[in-house]
Design a binder for this molecule. Structure first.
Ligand code: C2E
Ligand code: MG
Ligand code: MG
Ligand code: MG
Length: 252
């Protein structure tokens, strides 16, 4: 893993995030894969925990941010209005002194990419006992125009008070709530409660793991803003994602 970045073994795939009302993809989540010469494609669920334990996540995360920015710029040029690409960030990156947000922002300037085309996804755990330092780093992203989403919302600690203390833009409802939306009344009630709360707080909501048309319909009915999941598309390679955009986005 130590040499995988230099050897070009990591790849980003992109999963469209669709506006539930219009069906248009206005965003995408960048998801890392490790294309290992011997073991083939390795999923992040397998290697991210190890990357976190060893601290290698800081270098990998640096590569992810830059690669996502590079692609976002390409899609602005190719597709006019462009889309917002979200990048997953590990709490370990926030704890590290090696996280250099100024370097990242300089890189975006070099690319001539408006920061609104990038967002970051963090988890509830990061905010639960967030130090002033974490708080300050989050503010730097937002001040630069990079939006912040809370990933896997609802399965973590859900100490909701952090929603008052931090400026957040999106809640991503964890896929475990969406899975049984059609059959489990509790999941539907909880999802609706999340949407109502988020909207009252001025946040947008993305449902993760949308796999069926019935789930999409229910999400639309409870006022959820965006959906992400196999119903719309699996995570796609750069080429396949551009193909997807060509078919679904009207160029300017
Ligand atoms: P996540 O950020 O919650 O990403 C969503 C995961 O759900 C992705 O798994 C995606 O492929 C999967 N998914 C999307 N739609 C559906 C669906 O309709 N049904 C089902 N069953 N699954 C769906 P993936 O790509 O294996 O990533 C797993 C996790 O690894 C991510 O969860 C994220 O926490 C982490 N991860 C991925 N890329 C990065 C990265 O660049 N940096 C860091 N720190 N973590 C990453
Ligand atoms: Mg995510
Ligand atoms: Mg998630
Ligand atoms: Mg997850």
């Amino acid at each position: 893993m130590r040499s995988a970045v230099e050897n070009g073994q990591f790849e980003l795939h992109f999963q469209p995030i669709v506006d539930l009302a219009t069906g248009k993809a206005s965003r995408a989540e960048a998801l890392i894969r490790w294309n290992h010469p011997k073991h083939g494609m390795i999923s992040p669920a397998e290697f991210i925990p190890l990357a976190e334990e060893t601290g290698l996540i800081v270098g990998i995360g640096d590569w992810v941010f830059r690669e996502a920015g590079f692609q976002a710029k390409r899609w602005c040029d190719l597709f006019g209005t462009g889309i917002q690409v979200s990048v997953n960030m590990s709490p370990i990156q926030f704890q590290s002194n090696a996280l250099n947000i100024s370097d990242w922002l300089d890189y975006l300037k070099t690319l001539e990419l408006d920061a609104k085309h990038l967002s970051i996804e963090i988890t509830e755990g990061l905010l639960l006992n967030a130090s002033d330092d974490v708080k300050e780093k989050l503010l730097r992203f937002r001040d630069a125009g990079i939006q912040v989403a809370i990933d896997d919302f609802g399965v973590g600690y859900s100490a909701l008070s952090y929603l008052k203390r931090f400026d957040i833009d999106y809640l991503k409802i964890d896929q475990s709530f969406i899975q049984n939306l059609e059959t489990d009344q509790n999941d539907l009630v909880l999802s609706e409660a999340i949407v109502i709360m988020a909207h009252r707080l001025g946040l947008n909501v993305i449902a993760e793991g949308v796999e069926t048309q019935a789930q999409r319909q229910l999400l639309l009915e409870i006022g959820c803003d965006y959906g992400q999941g196999y119903l719309f598309s699996r995570p796609l390679s750069v080429i396949a994602f551009e193909d997807f955009l060509t078919k679904t986005l009207e160029p300017d």
